[in-house]
Design a protein around this ligand. Sequence first.
Ligand code: ZN
Length: 437
Amino acid sequence: MKMHDVQAALCTSDLGNEMMRLIARLFPICRSITGKGFRDTLTILQELIPLQVHEVPTGTLVFDWTVPKEWNIRDAYIKNSSGERVIDFQKCNLHVVGYSLPVRKRVSLDELKAHLFTLPEYPDWIPYRTAYYKEDWGFCLSHNHFLALTDETYDVCIDASLETGHLSYGEYYLPGRTENEILISCHACHPSLCNDNLSGIALSAFLAKFLRTHSLRYSYRFLFIPGTIGSITWLALNEKAAARVTHGLVVAGVGDPGKMTYKKSRRGNAEIDRAVAHVLQHSGAPYEVIDFFPYGYDERQYCSPGFDLAVGCLMRTPHGRYPEYHTSADNLNLVRPECLENSFGIYLTVLRVLEGNFKFSATHPKCEPQLGKRGLYAAIGGSTDSAKKQLAMLWVLNLCDGQNRLLDIAERANIHFDVIKDLADLLVDHNLLKAGP
Ligand code: ZN
């Protein structure tokens, strides 16, 4: 079955709900950039795809960085003077600042306050905070909860360890007909946050599951990594593979109801940039394309000047531009199955463009070939858009000069790539086009 026949079938499938079920299952796990939560997440993903799990030892030098100590947490709480847990990690893992040092002591309210983080502008939400690369401890709580803390002293406990161990990441390599690779990368290092982290994980995993049953031109590499340190580690240990990355996408924030947003690669006019812009332009829905900037997700590392890979970031609402971002409100209610499924469809259409973007040459380049006698009007006639298809066929015949690729033609004719590709296939069947220059 061709990739786009399958996509038509997907429209009636349960894909959005399947992704949602995976997200709901991963949601309670306390992930961080290292540790058991990250590993448990990879183990669950291995039920869907044969993910290879890599373990990189603490202290490994990766360019200008060092693989950090491994962080694991079992329990944490703040108890009031009556011995009641007023903050309980078991109820919400966002309560503990990620990478907090272990602590167990009695503190005054004033001392405690120096370690508490709230969001006064959203007084019911718990913020998400981390203390990577600085050894400290802290708790996050809703502002209303904070205002209710009135005892003179509290017992704080963070039963965690920060020790020599490993940084784990998941990798799935799917070989295609060529060694040139398409990189699909997502961060998987956030605890109970849905859109930021889990939506990208779910979309990447289901994309990998889908592609592995298809014959592919490109080889694909899926990475499930801790943000920043994960991509730096992978790039440092895989410079040869990185050189084969022809196109790539960082998958993040793909489940919220906002419009699609594409952040271009540093190159700005790479084939991936043009393919995504084309697909979004013809998607029939609002979208935004923004230029590269050196902040955001792992595209920062893939697009560092020493690599300058053609990797963009395809998301819905960008990080920091929705109030729920990095708070307890980025939960199972923010992410919607239909938005996940819509994002999946956009990703698949982009990959279809990359897979099918070949050059063709017209076999009758001197004047138009006679289409009627070959039955080609009949082949595309009968449908309401047959006039459009006729014009598209003329564009294909005219621009297939061995120089243009099909995406060049789709852009210049302002016609969806899929239409151009189908007509090119039809013209090849009728010996009016041949592959290559
Ligand atoms: Zn984040």
